[in-house]
Design a protein around this ligand. Structure first.
Ligand SMILES: O=P(O)(O)OC[C@H]1O[C@H](OP(=O)(O)OP(=O)(O)O)[C@H](O)[C@@H]1O
Ligand code: HPA
Length: 208
């Protein structure tokens, strides 16, 4: 069946940060709110419905890709749980976690490290080049899962892309560095609810 294309977010899209609650410690750093928290949750609810619709009745291992994926993973599973307890269909789900690190500041590093053991639904925050996801999928093959489906909240339109497309996408965003909702800049801004764009001087302030 044809799925509508993912929610397309325009280059100039966004909201004045004064319209939303931003923690005081980040107020000066945020240029604008790009995707408000409420919209993230609404889109996630719909992704959960699409995923449940496509799911068989077999046991599913939901694998969270840390650190950036933890908010999306938790919210997506919450929505799936609601569907599981209210629908005709229900699927047993166990959870697992893997930590992958490839970015330093806002640039990809050469090496992708997969930290921790893998134990097949992958919950992911963002696909930029797609390198991280390709490395993880290669690793997952060792475990011979029946099927692997990937869901990513964000996919970035960038010429750096390897062409990799996940099975489910929340939003397609322009080639801008985004933070918040567990996405970081040098470990900061994970504690920000909305997905936001940073000011250039904030990148300077939190540089390592
Ligand atoms: O598609 P790619 O170009 O590979 O980029 C996407 C990955 O990069 C970030 O991870 P990061 O290395 O910053 O680790 P983190 O999740 O701990 O922040 C992000 O969370 C994704 O996992
Ligand atoms: O835009 C981004 N923000 C945070 N982490 C990221 N990892 C890849 N792209 C991004």
């Amino acid at each position: 069946s044809l799925r509508p294309s993912p929610c397309f977010i325009h280059e100039e899209s966004g909201y004045n940060k004064n319209l939303f609650c931003i923690p005081k410690h980040y107020e000066e750093d945020v240029e604008r709110v790009f995707i408000p928290h409420g919209l993230i949750l609404d889109r996630t609810e719909r992704l959960a419905r699409d995923i449940m619709h496509d799911m068989g009745s077999h046991h599913v291992v939901a694998l969270c890709v840390l650190k950036g994926g933890y908010k999306f993973f938790a919210d997506l599973l919450d929505h799936i749980k609601v569907l599981n307890q209210n629908g005709d269909k229900s699927v047993p789900i166990t959870v697992d976690f893997v930590r992958i690190k490839s970015y330093c500041r806002d640039s990809p590093t050469k090496k992708i490290s997969i930290i921790g053991e893998l134990s097949t639904l992958n919950g992911k925050d963002i696909i930029e080049t797609g390198r991280t996801m390709k490395a993880l999928l290669a690793k997952l093959r060792d475990y011979k899962p029946k099927t692997v489906k990937v869901v990513s909240l964000l996919v970035k339109r960038t010429h750096q892309s390897s062409g990799y497309r996940p099975d489910y996408v929340g939003f397609e965003i322009p080639d801008k560095f985004v933070v918040g909702y567990a996405l970081d800049y040098n470990e900061y801004f994970r504690d920000l609810n909305h997905i936001c764009i940073l000011k250039e001087k904030a990148k300077e302030k939190y540089k390592i």
